[in-house]
Design a protein around this ligand. Sequence first.
Ligand code: FES
Length: 151
Amino acid sequence: MITSTVSSRSPWRAFIATRTPPPKSRIQCSVQSPPESSSVSKICKISVSTPAGTTSVLEVETGEFLRNTLINNKTELYQGLWAKAMNCGGGGNCGTCVVEITEDESELMSPRTPTEEKKLKGKPASWRLACQTIVGDGVTGGACSVRIGPM
Ligand code: FES
């Protein structure tokens, strides 16, 4: 019998489970619903510093993978020609998307996945694979700081 050591009541576990795309047969087109009128901010401010010494602040909705957020905002996540050409596209296999979370007082980042534990074994706990890290739970906002290319 296999038992899980992770609490089934973990809000991250439930959130990550909702991130799994439905089977193709269940995909339906629908009219986009209006934005929710909630007093809770779903916006996250991510301060991004690069090896070149530049810093920018991204304002994005929470609940997205950090890799996608950075790429969608035209941030150079992959450093060097080899990483740009040979990255695994977010599969958690290559390790070229390593970033350092330098500040996360709002605790926006999802916990390390087993893939990250394996790939980042022996590295500081603040190092993450951007393709495995979800920024926020899609409900609440906050702020955090990310440094690209901590190696
Ligand atoms: S893109 Fe390959 S491990 Fe993240």
